[in-house]
Write a protein that binds this ligand. Structure first.
Ligand code: PLP
Length: 453
């Protein structure tokens, strides 16, 4: 299987090279040249597989340049770090309401699904190519900690994660800055997530710098992340009751569009997922897009669901590629307009597949309380956004993207109870090691020049 850039001006690559490259040199994102198709016969056969076996069946259609045994071993290793036997348990709240719990990985958020695997893919690559890699990413919280825990202590790999100082939760920061591993660099940036992201984009655009440090991205645009995330939709689909699964709405707490894109791609591969609700917090660029067709950046307002505090949805470009008729020239044109004006108006969206909801910050504690009262279930602030406006005409499955234990203050204020997790308790006792930097590319560049492997 080959992978192409959404902007059509980069070399076509195999799986391993596309994963190692991250952002394509033309500024686009990698996608499979053609999507595989999963038939009803395939799905019936998949129903009895364990999570790692299912993941292998799925990824082996894409990672055709890796020997099967290698891929199988990398996947097995990636999911042994999860604390739940089912890996991604489907929890039934009532006849029409389900939760897909995606927070049983080492950093207690859904990004572990992709980043445990990506970390092992990088480790494998360093070994077979005898090269070092420097991984650079920006995070609004969960991506950074998940990336760090994917790469922690891997020989030949250093990881640099820039995050907005003071805008992640204290526990998220501790997950990044208290690992004690000397290949981990937590960079606390004086600015927003988008400032950090913009500085990194500039560094990735500098070919000389990028090549010299063998830079790689692990932010949400890496191809392997999207593919790894398809697997839990498939897993959950196979676990839902037969009368429910073809009708259910997949409710996805959304920031960068990565999570919901994975579900949508799986639908394009023939798995009959009925539709998606794009659930945003008050940073609602995607809500506006899916309700009005207007794609327009605004200022980021920090919220109780910080991992969704995003106003530019980098993964959206992959969706755009398909809606623009797989025409890279159209994609380049639309992205150029968006870059120049901060806005673009779309005419025809698949309204049958996508609905959207927006959750104001003030509503989050009330939603946490209602979910607890109605179902006895504790939803974290991100997941709570998904519980706003559950469909009346069909069942819903809400993707629980983080553990409530990561956001104790909000949960306590909502229901007067403090959720805990053993891995977080241990973190509170470790020393914090962060490096404060201004929000500009040159400061981050200088830091990397000193610390890259
Ligand atoms: C990253 C994250 C999201 C948003 O995911 P996207 O792929 O950016 O849409 C939602 N909830 C939590 C807890 C997250 O960490």
């Amino acid at each position: 299987m080959k992978f192409i850039s959404t902007r059509g001006q980069s070399p076509v690559l195999g799986f391993s090279d596309a994963v190692a490259t991250g952002l394509a040199p033309d500024g686009g994102l990698y996608l499979p040249e053609a999507l595989p198709h999963f038939s009803a016969v395939d799905l019936a056969r998949f129903a009895t597989l364990s999570y790692p076996e299912l993941c292998f069946e799925f990824l082996s259609r894409f990672a055709t340049d890796l020997p099967a045994d290698t891929l199988r071993a990398l996947i097995a290793k990636s999911y042994t770090t999860f604390a739940h036997a089912e890996i991604a348990p489907v929890v039934k709240l009532d006849e029409r309401t389900y939760v897909l719990e995606l927070f049983h990985g080492p950093t207690l958020a859904f990004k572990d699904f992709a980043l445990q695997l990506l970390g092992n893919l990088y480790g494998h690559q360093c070994q077979t190519r005898g090269q070092t890699i420097n991984v650079l990413g920006a995070t609004s919280g969960d991506t950074g900690s998940a990336a760090i825990h994917g790469l922690l202590g891997k020989p030949g790999v250093a990881i640099f994660i820039a995050y907005p100082d003071g805008r992640t939760s204290p526990l998220q920061e501790r997950q990044m800055a208290c690992t004690g591993a000397d290949n981990v660099h937590a960079l606390a940036i004086d600015g927003t997530f988008d400032d950090a992201q913009a500085a990194l984009k500039e560094l990735f655009a500098d070919q000389e710098f990028r090549t010299r440090h063998r830079l790689s991205a692990v932010n949400s645009i890496n191809l392997a992340r999207i593919l790894a995330q398809c697997v839990y939709y498939l897993w959950a689909y196979l676990r839902l009751p037969a009368g429910v699964r073809d009708e259910i709405e997949w409710v996805v707490p959304t920031g960068n569009f990565g999570n919901v894109l994975a579900g949508w791609l799986l639908q394009k591969m023939g798995v009959p997922l009925r539709g998606f609700r794009v659930a945003t917090n008050q940073n609602d660029i995607l809500h506006r897009l899916f309700t009005t067709g207007d794609y327009r950046t605004g200022a980021v307002t920090p919220s109780l669901a910080p991992s969704m505090d995003i106003q530019v949805s980098s993964n959206f470009e992959r969706f755009l590629y398909y809606t623009a008729g797989k025409d890279p020239a159209r994609v380049r044109e639309i992205m150029a307009t968006f870059k120049a004006t901060g806005a673009y108006t779309f005419e025809n969206f698949d309204r049958d597949t996508f609905t959207a909801s927006r959750c104001a910050d003030a509503e989050i504690p009330g939603l946490i309380r209602t979910v607890y009262q109605d179902f006895g279930y504790i939803a974290d602030p991100h997941t709570a956004c998904g519980f706003k406006g559950l469909a009346k005409d069909r069942p819903s499955i809400v993707l629980a993207t983080a553990s409530p234990a990561k956001f104790p203050d909000t949960i306590v204020s909502a229901i007067g109870m403090e959720p805990t997790a053993p891995s977080l308790e241990a973190l509170k006792r470790k020393p914090l090691m962060k490096h404060r930097l201004p929000a500009d590319a040159s400061s981050i560049r200088a830091y990397l020049d000193r610390h890259a492997v």
